[in-house]
Design a binder for this molecule. Structure first.
Ligand SMILES: Nc1ccn([C@@H]2O[C@H](COP(=O)(O)OP(=O)(O)OP(=O)(O)O)[C@@H](O)[C@H]2O)c(=O)n1
Ligand SMILES: C[C@](O)(CO)[C@H](O)COP(=O)(O)O
Length: 247
């Protein structure tokens, strides 16, 4: 199913290359253990996914098209939430697949009418992504073909061995976030290859075709995965809203 609501996305003529986004929200949220998928949980009065949609469809991002991937059985839930929250942001809704990889592939198919451009893949459950991170990741993809947001680990990191464990050099490691931005046709080629069990994100799907450039992510750009993430996200959002109030 494809659904679109009324108002047009604000595409600026200054965007030299058209930009698209695929917001993947096709998961079930098993680690959250809630009564519904975590993308629909309430975060300061609005569903997590609505926060994410608002960030990506902000006029500053200059998106030409936004695709939201959902579990097929949740279309009605999302439609009802959009009505309840008076959402008029134009977006397409498509059914996800068994895995994140399959959901992204379905999202990409929804962009088939576009010959070229840049596409961001973003987790629907990263509602705190900033305009700066989105912009810098798109800009780096425009220059390098493939770019992902990432942050340095703050903790010490150990690898697991058959017996015990061993220290890893964390200065050589990065924690990868989304957005992950790509030239549209590069991402298409990568998603024509067979799915591997090692794919955890889009960079791992693309990296055999193109080196992945890393952009400074943001520790606030957390992925809502387990219940404490929601508490942290709420605190971060309150701080953001407080900072926007006039003194
Ligand atoms: N078949 C799937 C699986 C995941 N995702 C999306 O990919 C993002 C990252 O996945 P994750 O945090 O693992 O979400 P879930 O799969 O929902 O959670 P869990 O692994 O705890 O079940 C989420 O926005 C999720 O909705 C998706 O679109 N389709
Ligand atoms: C795509 C991702 O958010 C990058 O950190 C992550 O790989 C998703 O992993 P998950 O196992 O689906 O939560």
């Amino acid at each position: 199913m494809t659904s679109t609501s009324t108002s047009a996305l604000p595409v600026s003529s200054s965007a030299a290359v058209p930009r698209y986004a695929i917001l993947v929200a096709g998961g079930s949220g098993s680690r959250m253990g809630a009564d519904r998928p975590k993308q629909f949980l309430n975060l300061l009065g609005e569903p997590v996914l609505l926060h994410t949609l608002r960030r990506f469809t902000d006029p500053a991002v200059q998106l030409a098209e936004c695709v939201v991937v959902l579990p097929a059985e949740q279309f009605a839930t999302w439609e009802q939430l959009c009505q309840q929250h008076h959402v008029t942001i134009r977006h397409r809704v498509v059914a996800g697949g068994e895995t994140r990889w399959a959901s992204v592939r379905n999202g990409l198919a929804e962009l088939k009418q576009y010959p070229a451009g840049l596409v961001a893949v973003h987790d629907g459950v990263r509602p705190l992504v900033s305009a700066v991170v989105i912009e810098q990741t798109f800009a780096a993809a425009s220059q390098h073909g493939a770019a992902v947001a990432a942050v340095a680990p703050k903790d010490s990191v150990r690898g697991l061995a058959q017996q015990g464990s061993y220290a890893l050099d964390r200065s050589r490691l990065r924690l990868v976030q989304t957005p992950q931005c790509f030239e549209l046709n590069l991402l298409r080629r990568a998603y024509q290859l067979p799915e591997l069990p090692t794919f955890t994100d889009d960079a791992s799907v693309v990296e055999d075709l193109q080196p992945i450039y890393m952009v400074a992510g943001d520790y606030r750009n957390l992925k809502i995965t387990t219940p404490e993430d929601l508490i942290v996200a709420e605190a971060l959002l309150r701080a953001e809203q407080g900072a926007q109030q006039p003194q």
